[in-house]
Design a protein around this ligand. Structure first.
Ligand SMILES: Cc1cc2nc3c(=O)[nH]c(=O)nc-3n(C[C@H](O)[C@H](O)[C@H](O)COP(=O)(O)O)c2cc1C
Length: 209
């Protein structure tokens, strides 16, 4: 069997983390680098990844997560956030960065910028939905990277974004929480780790034409 399939079978949505097991700073940096390398539509990267280690904050987040203790007990908690508004300065920033990275002038990218303005031109709801779609890609990338490193995760949308934004001071940063992913190591007592994967057969999910 290919190693990646073994890794993907190893991973599961961890419900109970071992609070005594920590990932190292090096491992955390690898995960943040994997997140940074996530592709996004037009490359616009409409996200910030907030790493919460502070235990007092994380205790408060438990109630904002329908009492799911993973957010407290995992080694680190990654809160994946979107900018509240995607305006022209957001586009300008990206165009400048692209020009700098590739040895061009921002004016060389005027046509590209014009196309990118379709994002600020969306409604606030449209922008939020678009950012959210991108952030789910980052979540998938994070989970797969963690599985390869034998680090456990629990993808989570079962939390109250407004309460998270309040507790973590995200409003002041112009951000809103979209997804949560605790990372760390499974507890020996997590009965979910031994359950068989429930997935439809490949033939039922695939159409080859
Ligand atoms: C976007 C997303 C949100 C999820 N939210 C939660 C959650 O809030 N709490 C939780 O315990 N599991 C959550 N899950 C885990 C799923 O229930 C789990 O991935 C699914 O049942 C498949 O099981 P497996 O991941 O163990 O293979 C979520 C999964 C995804 C992909």
């Amino acid at each position: 069997m290919e190693k990646i399939i073994e890794d993907l079978n190893w991973r599961y949505a961890c419900k109970q983390f071992d609070p005594n097991k920590q990932i190292s700073e090096n491992q955390l940096n690898t995960l943040l680098e994997a997140l940074r390398l996530t592709p996004s539509s037009y490359g616009l990267q409409p996200w910030k990844f907030v790493v919460v280690e502070n235990k007092d904050l994380r205790e408060k987040l438990v109630t904002a997560s329908w009492n799911q203790k993973q957010v407290r007990d995992a080694s680190h908690l990654i809160v994946m956030c979107a900018p509240k508004t995607l305006d022209e300065s957001f586009i300008d920033n990206y165009v400048s960065d692209t020009a700098k990275t590739r040895g061009q002038e921002p004016s060389d990218l005027a046509g590209f910028k014009k196309m990118l303005m379709m994002i600020p031109n969306k409604s606030v709801e449209g922008q939020a939905a678009w950012s959210k779609n991108q952030i789910y890609i980052a979540l998938g990338n994070l989970m797969t990277t963690c599985a390869q490193m034998r680090i456990d995760t629990c993808p989570m949308e079962g939390f109250k974004p407004k309460e998270y934004d309040e507790i973590l001071g995200l409003n002041e940063l112009g951000l809103t929480s979209v997804l949560v992913c605790p990372v760390g190591y499974r507890s020996d007592e997590d009965k979910y780790s031994g359950l068989s994967k429930v997935r439809y057969a490949k033939d039922d999910l695939t159409i080859r034409i």
